[in-house]
Design a protein around this ligand. Structure first.
Ligand code: HEC
Length: 173
C-alpha cells in the first residue's frame, strides 16, 4: 500500500513538473487586471469590418501610434527596438494570441497599457475609434485567424478565412 502511494505521488509530481511550464507558456493570461476584466471583455467594436477601417488602422500603426517600432512592420513582434524589451512585444501573427483574447481585452490594453511592461496605454494619444481601427488592422497579420473569441463563453472559436473555414457556432464575424 505504501509503495502504491509513493508511486502515485511520483507520477503526480512528474505530471506537475511537465504540465505547469507549458500552461505558463501557452495560456497567455489576460493583461487586463482582474478588477477590470469583466468590463473589458464586454467591450465590442462599434466599427464595421471594412477595408477603409483597416487602412485607417494601418496608417496609425505605422504612423502616430508608433506601434511598428516595437511590434514590427509585419506585426511579428520584431520592430527595431524589440530586442531591448523584456517582455517582448506581442507577435500578432500568432494565432494563439487572438484565440486567447476578446477584442475588448485587447482594446483595454491598448488604451490602458500592460503594467510593468513597455506597452504603455495610448489613451492620451488615440481615440477609441483609432484603437478599434488598429485592432482591425492588427488582425490582418494573423491572416484568417484574427477573429478569436477569447476564453469566455463561446471562446476558442475563430473564423478561418480562406483556408480553414468556420469552426464552432460563432462564425458570424
Ligand atoms: C515601446 C514598445 C511598444 C509600443 C510602441 C507598442 N507596444 Fe504593444 N506591446 C509591447 C509589449 C512589450 C507588449 C507585451 C506586454 C505584455 O507582455 O504584457 C505589448 C503588447 C501589446 C498587445 C497585447 C495585449 C495583450 O492582451 O496581450 C497589443 C494588442 C498591443 N501591444 C498593441 C499595440 C498597439 C496598437 C500599439 C500602437 C498604438 C502598440 N502596441 C505600441 C510594446 C509596445
Amino acid at each position: 500500500m505504501e509503495k502504491l502511494l509513493s508511486v502515485t505521488l511520483a507520477v503526480m509530481a512528474a505530471a506537475v513538473v511537465t504540465v505547469v511550464p507549458s500552461i505558463a507558456q501557452h495560456m497567455q493570461p489576460s493583461r487586463v487586471s482582474i478588477e477590470h476584466l469583466e468590463e473589458a471583455r464586454a467591450l465590442k467594436s462599434p466599427l464595421p469590418d471594412s477595408p477603409d477601417v483597416v487602412e485607417k488602422g494601418k496608417a496609425i500603426y505605422h504612423g502616430k501610434g508608433t506601434c511598428a517600432n516595437c511590434h514590427g512592420p509585419e506585426g511579428a513582434g520584431d520592430g527595431p527596438v524589440a530586442s531591448q524589451l523584456n517582455p517582448s512585444p506581442r507577435n500578432f501573427q500568432h494565432h494563439g494570441f487572438w484565440r486567447h483574447r476578446t477584442e475588448g481585452e485587447i482594446f483595454w490594453v491598448i488604451k490602458h497599457g500592460s503594467p510593468g511592461t513597455s506597452m504603455v496605454g495610448f489613451a492620451d494619444q488615440l481615440t477609441d475609434e483609432d484603437i478599434w481601427a488598429l485592432i482591425q488592422y492588427e488582425r490582418t497579420f494573423a491572416k484568417g485567424h484574427g477573429h478569436g473569441r477569447g476564453m469566455g463563453p463561446g471562446g476558442m472559436g475563430h473564423r478561418g478565412g480562406g483556408s480553414g473555414g468556420c469552426e464552432g457556432e460563432h462564425c458570424d464575424r
